[in-house]
Design a protein around this ligand. Structure first.
Ligand SMILES: C[S@@+](CC[C@H](N)C(=O)[O-])C[C@H]1O[C@@H](n2cnc3c(N)ncnc32)[C@H](O)[C@@H]1O
Length: 373
């Protein structure tokens, strides 16, 4: 993780891990440079909402789009503003008032959570799913619960940081693999009180109660290629800061299958890929990305700048710059390339490469700055 993300003042940005996030330094650097013009910011591949968090910290209005329910749930917390007490009280109320149902009975869940913890967790899941609309507190509660859903056991005594048994990986490891891991090590799940674990997390979220011009409804679940998704976004945004998926990377939902379950998904891995860019060949990919740039160009702002961090793992053997340039061309809009810089984020790149089971070295990433003409 980057230095900024490690700072306790940025605990809200780290409320829940998400793969392939970019370092907070990147959007922060860009936004600081343009802050005086008070840009309205959009991230059409917002992931866990790093761009949005950077904008919030600088008091700038921001909107985010993503086709993964997990990303949307995490990103919403970045724009929510409330008192931590409200979040904790809401968790208590839901768990007391909701009778848990649909408690998963697979071997995975028996090993992953203590029986009492799983009941509380299912009550919280049901209570959050039954809400018609989110409040700031429920948006934060959902993201915090996703962040506490699974992780390593504490090294020392005290309130655990996660609800689960020791997890083999930080992403949602597959059920069979996890069960084997626990059985081999005879690791039985210990009870964890859901509210205590959540309280420990939520109290650390510095700046959560700070007022903000935007709100959690500015995070939109949808496919950024489709014009209809844009109808819910401010029409005069002037800056796009984003990082599209790496070419070949589309397992965002499966890799978070347990978090996706908490959000109402199935209690097993769902391998169907929905609403991702078209990864069948470079041309299709560039075209698919071009559709997103067409939507971005629909802004009514006088000046529109896009900052795009884009990379490709070396094993893909394709040229990052040429894919990006053809995606701009395919958008049917006129863009001027202002600069291309190497992103030099070797660690980030390695993480994405690992994620894709690639033994290759770090990815080649570039930061592109383009201006709509
Ligand atoms: C590289 S990640 C972005 C990470 C983000 N910068 C962060 O810091 O968390 C790319 C994101 O694009 C999303 N995505 C992929 N195809 C999409 C589409 N067609 N529409 C909207 N989002 C999409 C994925 O779900 C994923 O969250």
């Amino acid at each position: 993780m980057s230095q900024m993300s490690n700072k306790s003042e940025n605990a809200l940005n780290a409320i829940c891990p998400y793969f392939t996030m970019f370092p907070l330094e990147y959007p922060t650097r860009v936004l600081k440079k343009y802050k005086s013009s008070n840009p309205i910011v959009v991230d059409p591949f917002c992931g866990r909402g790093t761009t949005l968090y950077a904008a919030r910290k600088l008091g700038l209005d921001a909107w985010g789009l993503d086709s993964s329910p997990v990303a949307v749930a995490i990103a919403k917390a970045k724009l929510a503003s409330c008192n931590p007490d409200e979040v904790i009280k809401l968790a208590q109320k839901i768990i007391i008032e909701t009778t848990p149902s649909n408690i998963p009975s697979s071997e995975f869940f028996k090993w992953a959570y203590h029986e009492d913890t799983l009941k509380q967790l299912c009550a919280l899941r049901k209570g959050l799913l039954n809400r018609n609309r989110d409040s700031n507190a429920s948006a934060v509660l959902r993201a915090a619960a996703l962040g506490c859903l699974h992780g390593p056991l504490n090294k020392r005594e005290g309130i655990p940081s996660y609800f689960s048994n020791q997890m083999p990986r930080t992403f949602s490891s597959k059920p069979n693999y996890s069960v084997r891991y626990w059985k081999e090590r005879k690791l039985k799940p210990k009870p964890a009180n859901i509210v205590d674990v959540l309280e420990k997390k939520v109290r650390r979220l510095q700046g959560l109660s700070n007022e903000y011009v935007g709100n959690h409804n500015q995070i939109i679940f949808g496919d950024s290629r489709k014009p209809i998704t844009m109808t819910r976004v401010s029409d005069n945004f002037s800056m796009v800061i984003t990082s599209p998926p790496y070419y070949g990377m589309r397992t965002y939902v499966q890799d978070h299958w347990l978090r996706n379950w908490f959000l109402g998904g199935p209690d097993d891995v769902d391998y169907i890929v929905r609403n991702q860019l078209d990864h069948n060949g470079q041309e299709n990919f560039a075209e698919s990305l071009g559709d997103v740039w067409t939507n971005m160009a629909s802004s009514n702002a006088n000046e529109l700048r896009m900052f795009v961090r884009f990379g490709i793992i070396p094993s893909a053997k394709v040229d990052t710059k040429s894919i990006f340039l053809s995606s701009l061309e395919s958008s049917g809009e006129r863009w001027r390339l202002i600069s291309t810089r190497s992103a030099k984020t070797a660690q980030e790149g390695k993480r994405q490469a690992r994620q894709m089971n690639s033994k290759s070295q770090a990815a080649v990433e570039f930061d592109f700055h383009v201006l709509r003409q």
